[in-house]
Design a protein around this ligand. Structure first.
Ligand SMILES: *Cc1c(COP(=O)(O)O)cnc(C)c1O
Length: 395
């Protein structure tokens, strides 16, 4: 059996998305900036993709800027808001401790340039408190950047309330919605979102393409200089096949959003129930306010890495958290932020199911994880000490 349970890292491209992009590689491969009609066909495809993407999040087409993915969109959103703030002497930014590194590292860069950043804590449930955000706002706050849904523990933030607060205080609100777009209903108008980042490969589109929504009136700073593509805000010949495929993938995801979410949530809860039977284990993040496909657990007395390798032997693709931190020995900043201590955070497992997952697969995962955890604990010195009472169980 081979089960891909790492859909937060990336997803399989949908047949619809692949079929949509092929003609733009084989037939309509003109440059959208060319004036002859062959180029204009590509240009039309680009603009129709822009319009359809805009519609799914409640934006205007001109508010959508195509990027190389979520990381670029995050960088451009944050650097743009910072540049606007600096012009009016505002150099304070509010974010939180569980953001993706595309956000965190951009903020660290700004801190070196003199900005001050408040990283709001998340409580043990992995959720930012709106009152704490409100209290952190200062006269010189120019940006609030809080992710829509977390990529490791799947927790969904109170975006609408945060949007309302920022709108009332006239502070730009950006949200990294890479994990949410195509999976949760999103409306940038009713949620008062000023900027939003998305990435196609997280909703069955191709890798290397994404978009940034920036509300009309927000002047973007260029990350890439050159030609006048994207109304002068991002130079470089547009990735037409990728953009067309992204729009097709999003259209399909949105059309099936509710049924996919219901199906995934039922399997998620079955998986959570099954894994909870493992002694000294705990679910990470709120059980309800989380993405329909995300399950993240800590198991005491084991190493996450060994767990992943043994699950791989059983055909299960899983993760210990963020793909970006795997390979480093530091435990996940997200798990530390929800209060897991180092040792416990090391024994983490993230399973993110696809829309086509089945009950049989979930049951196989539960059985496999139970076996592997028991096996690893069998020769874990940490586990032996816990059992012997030489150290205290935390979970
Ligand atoms: C995947 C991801 C990103 C990065 O997107 P890329 O398209 O891979 O650059 C950013 N933020 C979150 C929350 C993500 O899950």
């Amino acid at each position: 059996m081979k089960i891909y349970a790492d859909n937060a890292a990336t997803t399989k491209m949908s047949r619809t998305a692949i079929d949509a992009m092929l003609p733009y590689m084989e037939e309509f491969y003109g440059n959208p900036s060319s004036l002859y009609s062959f180029g204009q066909q590509a240009k039309e495809a680009l603009e129709s993709a822009r319009a359809s993407i805009a519609e799914y999040i409640g934006a205007q087409p001109r508010e959508i800027l195509f990027t190389s993915g979520g990381s670029e969109a995050d960088n451009q959103a944050i650097l743009s808001a910072a540049a606007l703030g600096k012009k009016s002497g505002k150099t304070h930014i509010i974010s939180d401790q569980i953001e993706h590194h595309a956000v965190l590292h951009t903020l660290q860069k700004l801190e070196k340039e003199g900005f001050s950043v408040t990283y709001l804590p998340v409580h043990s449930d992995g959720i930012v408190r709106v009152e704490e955000l409100e209290a952190a706002i200062r006269e010189d706050t120019c940006l609030v950047t809080i992710m829509y849904a977390n990529n490791e523990i799947g927790t969904v933030q109170p975006i609408r309330q945060i949007g309302e607060i920022c709108r009332a205080k006239k502070i730009i609100f950006h949200t990294d919605a890479v994990q949410a777009v195509g999976h949760l209903p999103i409306d940038v108008v009713s949620e008062s979102v000023d900027m939003l980042s998305a990435s196609a490969h997280k909703f069955h589109g191709p890798k290397g393409v994404g978009f940034l929504y920036a509300r009309k009136g927000i002047r973007l700073t260029n990350l890439i200089e050159g030609g006048a593509q994207e109304r002068g805000r991002r130079a470089g010949t547009e990735n037409v096949p990728g953009i067309v495929a992204m729009a097709a993938a999003l259209k399909e995801s949105v059309a099936h959003l509710e049924e996919n979410a219901t199906h995934a949530a039922a399997l998620r809860d079955r998986l959570i129930k099954g894994l909870s039977e493992i002694p000294h284990s705990a679910l990470n993040g709120d059980a309800v306010k989380r993405l329909p496909s995300n399950v993240n657990f800590c198991f005491e007395g084991i190493e996450g890495e060994s767990l992943l390798l043994l699950l791989d032997d059983k055909g299960i693709c899983a993760s210990s958290g963020s793909a970006c931190t795997s390979g480093s020995l530091d435990p996940s900043h997200v798990l530390l932020a929800i209060g897991r201590v180092h040792d416990v955070a090391h024994g983490s497992l993230r399973l993110t199911l696809g829309e086509d997952a089945t009950e049989d697969e979930v049951d196989y995962i539960i059985q496999s994880v139970k076996e592997v955890v028991e096996y690893l604990r069998g020769f874990s010195p940490v586990w032996r000490n816990l059992q012997a009472g030489k150290s205290q169980f935390i979970l």
